[in-house]
Design a protein around this ligand. Structure first.
Ligand code: DX5
Ligand code: ZN
Length: 226
C-alpha cells in the first residue's frame, strides 16, 4: 500500500505561501491538501479560487481540494478550472452525492467523499465504485491544530475491512490532529493518506516532514526517511 503525507496549506505561512509549498515539494510530497472553508458548513472561512489559481503553476503535485462547503456541487467547475486534481466533498453537505461524484469525474478529476467524525460509514454504501478516495475527518472540521477524535480510529479500521471485503484498494485519507504522537494509530487502523497542517508547517518544515514520514511502514522497512 502506498503511503502519502498530504501537507495542508491551511497552516502554511501565507506571507511566504509559495516558499512553503516548494519546501514540502522538495521533501518529496506528492500531494498538497487545500482546505476550502465557507464559514457555513464549517465555522471558519479559509481561501478559494484565487489562491488555487496562483499556486497551480508552482508544482505538479496532486492538488487535493477538500471542500468544506455547503452544496459543494456549485463549485466543481470553478475548482476544476482553477487547477484541482482531486475534489473531495462532504457527504453531509451534498443533497445529491452520487451526482456530484459524476460531475467531478466528468471534469476528468479524482473524486473524494469526506465524512465528519459522527457520520456513519453507511452513507458510502452506494457510492464506493464512484469514489477514488475516502476522507475520514479525525477532527470536527473548521480549524487547524485540533485534537484527534479517538472514536474515528475504529471507523478507519471498519472502513478498511469493508474495502478489503469489496476488493477495493481505495485510499483512506485522514485529516486533523495528526502529528508524531497520533500518526502511528491512524496508519495501524488502515489510513494511507495522511493530512497534516500544523505538524508540517509550524516550525522547521523539512524536519517536520521527515519526522512524520519516518512513521510510514516502508520507511521503517528501508530504514530511510523520505
Ligand atoms: C479541518 C481541516 C484541518 C486541517 C489539518 O479542520 O481540514 O483538519 O486540514 O489541521 P491540523 O493538521 O493542523 O490538525
Ligand atoms: Zn482537509
Amino acid at each position: 500500500m502506498e503511503y502519502n503525507l498530504a501537507p495542508s496549506i491551511l497552516s502554511a505561512d501565507f506571507t511566504h505561501l509559495g516558499d512553503d509549498i516548494l519546501a514540502v515539494k522538495n521533501c518529496g510530497a506528492r500531494i498538497l491538501h487545500f482546505d476550502v472553508m465557507d464559514g457555513w458548513f464549517v465555522p471558519s472561512i479559509s481561501f478559494g479560487i484565487p489562491v488555487l489559481n496562483s499556486i497551480r503553476p508552482l508544482t505538479d503535485m496532486f492538488y487535493d481540494v477538500h471542500l468544506m462547503v455547503q452544496d459543494a456541487e456549485r463549485y466543481i467547475d470553478d475548482f476544476a478550472d482553477a487547477g484541482a486534481d482531486g475534489i473531495t466533498v462532504h457527504a453531509e453537505a451534498c443533497t445529491h452525492l452520487d451526482r456530484v461524484l459524476d460531475e467531478i469525474h466528468a471534469k476528468g478529476l479524482k473524486s473524494g467523499v469526506a465524512l465528519n467524525p459522527a457520520t456513519s460509514l453507511s452513507v458510502l454504501d452506494y457510492v464506493y465504485e464512484k469514489t477514488d478516495m475516502i476522507l475520514l475527518m479525525t477532527v470536527n472540521p473548521g480549524f487547524g491544530g485540533q485534537k484527534l477524535v479517538p472514536a474515528v480510529l475504529d471507523k478507519i479500521s471498519k472502513l478498511r475491512a469493508i474495502l478489503n471485503e469489496r476488493g477495493l484498494s481505495t485510499p483512506i485519507e485522514v485529516d486533523g490532529g495528526i502529528h508524531n504522537e497520533t500518526i502511528d494509530s491512524v496508519i495501524q487502523a488502515g489510513a494511507n493518506v495522511i493530512v497534516a497542517g500544523s505538524a508540517v508547517f509550524k516550525g522547521d518544515i523539512a524536519s517536520n516532514y521527515r519526522a512524520l514520514t519516518a512513521h510510514f511502514p516502508e520507511a521503517a522497512e528501508d530504514g530511510e526517511h523520505e
